[in-house]
Design a protein around this ligand. Structure first.
Ligand SMILES: Cc1cc2nc3c(=O)[nH]c(=O)nc-3n(C[C@H](O)[C@H](O)[C@H](O)COP(=O)(O)O)c2cc1C
Length: 191
């Protein structure tokens, strides 16, 4: 390993964490806090974007992405995070499960990733990860988040560094009775 490579490995990365829970300090937020703390300890910059408390509408499929100068012609909060997503070395989706799927607000952000494809922006070659939780006790409940996440990553050529899937958590703070936060912190070591 030469000096450049070593320096490269030691350099802090920019990681965008897109969260999907409207519940303040809920199970997703707790895992994101553990992830963020460890990532920052490791010298990375973490940019948080809470899709659930932001105003992001659905994709209109107008295919006029970036023609206005902004990612989405239908200007909303996606346009505030889009430049960070483009610039990031890593992307994390952190979300509860709603009806065996992504909550609508974070799904809107995912749908608007389409803008980078339409406008042929350089979106490939990022590390990515999924943090998810659900009430039911079977981890397979989160298959419907895991599968699209993995297919999206494959399509846009992102490298999946890890997935933290925590079943059996309903109430705020239930994740503290699991190893979810420890797993989320460990996930930060993979970037
Ligand atoms: C609208 C809604 C739909 C939900 N759907 C499911 C579901 O399909 N399966 C499940 O196991 N849990 C479901 N849950 C439970 C949440 O996934 C669970 O409470 C999770 O811990 C919430 O995470 P948070 O504290 O980060 O918001 C649902 C909760 C809500 C509010």
């Amino acid at each position: 390993m030469d000096l450049t490579e070593r320096r490269g490995n030691l350099m802090g990365k920019k990681i965008v964490v897109i969260t999907g829970s409207p519940r303040k300090n809920g199970n997703t937020d707790r895992m994101v806090a553990a992830f963020t703390e460890q990532a920052q300890k490791n010298g990375h910059e973490v940019v948080l974007f809470n899709a659930a408390t932001s105003n992001v509408g659905g994709c209109h499929a107008c295919e006029t992405c970036f023609k206005s100068g902004k990612a989405c012609t239908y200007d909303d909060d996606f346009n505030t995070i889009a430049p960070d997503i483009l610039e990031a070395d890593g992307i994390v989706f952190a979300t509860p499960t709603y009806w065996y799927s992504f909550p609508g607000q974070i799904k809107n952000v995912i749908d608007k990733l389409y803008s980078f494809c339409v406008a042929e922006k350089p979106i490939a070659n990022k590390d990515c990860a999924l943090i998810a939780c659900c009430e039911e006790h079977e981890v397979e409940v989160m298959d419907s988040l895991k599968q699209p996440f993995e297919r999206i990553a494959a399509l846009v050529k992102w490298n999946v560094v890890g997935e933290v899937l925590v079943p059996g958590v309903l109430e705020v703070g239930a994740v503290d009775q699991t190893d979810g936060c420890a797993q989320a912190a460990d996930l930060a070591n993979k970037f």
